[in-house]
Ligand binder design. Structure first.
Ligand code: SAH
Length: 339
């Protein structure tokens, strides 16, 4: 059975047109779902009984359940169980500027980044559009607050589930629904070049973040297998094209791993690599995981790395850390199968 949250505003309008009904019904249903947040078709009281009956027959609504919520200062980690019993996670962070939710896009991940726990479980399947939408709805209902920012940086590679991702963005961005401004949505990718090219042609002003993590192919090949397919020079050329086309700034995420990519030489090489680009670098202290091959860089090295980038006039920030006590930090999601 189709899920109602898989349908965009236009899909709903077309659905009613196809049934020989008024396009306007699409808007009504959309508003019930996202403005009034009903959880059953019966609650859509301005629709005729026959219409409600039809919707009930053809669509399902909520499918995901909150299984566990872990809390830490300013952060909550949600474990969800999906209809087929698979598990995913989302992380809510309270910032001064609002509440930001980090959502998952896949069950498992196939990108195989060596340092990331989420990728240790191979991809089981892509999430459906409704499963991404439902993460937002469920968390807002649970915490009683409005989510102001969505970061697509949880489990999975969003550009490996591209079509669903784009539909998801269309729905959350729509002014008659959740109405999250596109500048409040960030998609993070390990660098799937053909999808970055498609993405730059879309009308949305969504933020793009790139998991770079190394200043050259030699190091990147060791830690991110995707680099064998789309090496750094191709990735950078594509991003320059992206910036030119969209006039938007790109974020580079760079995890500092002890003795691997945290040297002075790496910092200088990184500065050279991004020089002149409209971008900023977000330095991420590595969250240690069960994988003993990688250690967090010493805090001395974080400031040294930062200073070198600053001296080269690169925009750089150090990411504030959230949730490491409850394994909700980047790369720590769903590391234990028994959850
Ligand atoms: N697949 C996407 C989104 C998920 S990963 C991507 O690669 O961007 C989200 C971010 O967390 C990425 O930048 C990833 O490299 C980073 N990350 C993974 N493991 C981490 C760890 N142990 N500590 C800190 N950041 C980590």
């Amino acid at each position: 059975m189709q899920n109602i949250y898989d349908l965009s505003y236009t899909d709903l309008e077309n659905y009613f047109l196809k049934k020989g009904d008024k396009k306007f019904k699409g808007q009504q249903v959309f508003e019930w779902l996202y403005r009034k947040r009903v959880t059953s078709f019966e609650e859509m009281t301005n629709l005729k009984k026959e219409v409600i009956a039809l919707l009930k027959e053809e669509f399902e609504m909520r499918t995901i359940n909150i299984t566990k919520v872990e809390k830490d200062t300013d952060v909550r980690k949600y474990l969800f169980t999906l209809k087929d019993q698979e598990k995913i996670e989302a992380v809510l962070m309270n910032h001064l500027y609002g509440n930001s939710l980090c959502i998952s896009t896949q069950v498992g991940c196939n990108m195989g980044c060596k340092f990331c726990e989420s990728g240790r479980l191979k991809k089981v399947r892509n999430l459906e559009v409704h499963e991404m939408i439902e993460q937002i709805l469920m968390v807002e209902e649970d915490c009683g607050k409005r989510i102001s920012h969505v970061v697509v940086m949880g489990i999975g590679e969003p550009f490996d589930n591209y079509d669903h991702l784009i539909k998801f963005i269309e729905i959350v961005n729509h002014s008659k629904g959740i109405a999250l401004g596109s500048r409040h949505i960030t998609v993070s990718t390990c660098g799937i070049v053909p999808k970055i090219k498609e993405f730059m042609n879309l009308p949305y002003q969504v933020n793009l973040a790139i998991s770079l993590h190394a200043p050259n192919n030699e190091i990147r090949n060791q830690i991110m297998p995707i680099n064998h397919v789309y090496p750094i020079e191709i990735l950078m050329d594509t991003l320059k094209e992206y910036i030119k086309k969209t006039n938007r700034r790109v974020t580079f995420e760079y995890i500092l791993l002890d003795s691997i990519n945290d040297t002075e030489e790496c910092a200088r090489e990184l500065a050279q690599l991004v020089k002149g680009m409209n971008c900023y670098i977000n330095l991420i202290p590595y969250n240690e995981t069960n994988n003993i091959s990688y250690k967090r860089t010493k805090s001395f090295n974080i400031s040294r790395f930062y200073d070198i980038l600053k001296k080269n006039r690169i925009n750089v920030t150090i990411r504030r850390e959230y949730g490491s006590n409850i394994s909700a930090a980047c790369g720590q999601l769903r590391s234990k199968k028994e959850d």
